[in-house]
Design a protein around this ligand. Structure first.
Ligand SMILES: [Zn+2]
Length: 311
């Protein structure tokens, strides 16, 4: 499927005209018919700027990025930080499981990655499966994205995707439940979602950091989805290593010096391997939800048994 067949206007859901000269909404009743959408590094920027935290001016020069960041993951700073906090202990297995489930459903799965400017830690199996068509989006253009979008109003038609991958993103959006409703809308009826989101972590990405979730809060956020699996991503040890780094940052040390300050304590994260499931979740560094779009949402009465089932 061509990517143009998936797209619609993020404001009014009309078709978009991907013409060479002006990229715009095809409905004359929509302001994007008149103003068109900008491009960033050649990629469409399909953001409804009036409703978004992101300004049109940030993209109008075609430069494409509101962030200065390392999308390759090979820079020294990124590698040092990964050494400190360790690999993601959950995502590689979930990524492989998602590939298997998608291949059972269709021979040509299409997966939307929200926040895919940099490939998430452990997401490689998804990217390396040749049968899977990845549609990468983020709020900036990168070598891993096809277009720029804001998760609160995705520029995709209803029920277009077999899977959605959203890793370390929901803490950066103003209204996570709006984003999860959009994920529900663009997924096919049996579509699969994987989300991991921080719990005990300090502010990162500066002004673009808004929310944290307990395991139960995260499950409730995805209440319209049927669970395949959910649980902690890293426990109290990993959270403690993060905290030690932020002790240094709070004293005014640079990010690089703060990482060096915390490095001697990297071993604390190995404690998580001995943690009991319940208390580990209560103090987790992050939480994940892996599930399927479902017709029967959870109710309030399901939440206490859910907590008990994760002890
Ligand atoms: Zn429109």
């Amino acid at each position: 499927m061509d990517i143009a067949d998936l797209l619609c206007c993020p404001r009014c859901h009309s078709d978009v005209d991907l013409g060479e000269t002006l990229l715009r909404c095809t409905s004359p009743d929509c302001s994007f018919f008149w103003t068109g959408f900008p491009r960033a590094s050649g990629q469409p920027v399909l953001i409804d700027f009036e409703r978004s935290i992101f300004e049109r001016a940030a993209y109008d020069d075609d430069s494409g990025s509101v962030f200065d960041r390392d999308d390759t993951g090979r820079g020294l700073r990124v590698r040092l930080r990964r050494m400190l906090t360790g690999p993601n202990p959950v995502t590689p297995a979930k990524s492989r499981q998602m590939v298997e489930l998608l291949k059972q459903q269709t021979s040509t799965p299409t997966v939307l990655v929200i926040g895919g400017g940099a490939i998430g830690a452990g997401a490689d199996p998804l990217y390396s499966c040749p049968a899977i068509r990845i549609v990468g989006t983020d709020v900036y253009a990168s070598m891993n994205t096809d277009l720029v979008a804001d998760g609160h109003f995705l520029p995709f038609r209803d029920e277009m995707f077999d899977g959605v991958w959203i890793q370390a993103v929901l803490e950066h959006v103003l209204d996570p439940s709006v984003v999860v409703n959009e994920i529900y809308r663009v997924l096919k009826p049996n579509g699969i979602v994987y989300a991991d989101t921080p719990f005990i972590q300090q502010v990162h990405e500066e002004a673009y950091d808004f929310t944290r979730f307990t395991l139960s809060g995260h499950r409730w956020l995805f209440r319209r989805f049927e669970e395949i699996d959910s649980g902690p991503v890293g426990g109290a040890g990993k959270a403690l290593v993060w905290s030690i780094r932020y002790v240094a940052l709070s004293m005014g040390l640079s990010t690089r010096l703060a990482t060096l300050f915390a490095l001697p304590f990297f071993w604390l994260r190995f404690i998580d391997g001995f943690a009991k499931p319940g208390p580990k979740s209560d103090a987790a560094s992050g939480v994940f939800f892996f599930g399927r779009r479902s017709g029967t949402p959870l109710t309030a009465k399901d939440m206490l048994p859910y907590y008990a089932s994760k002890r």
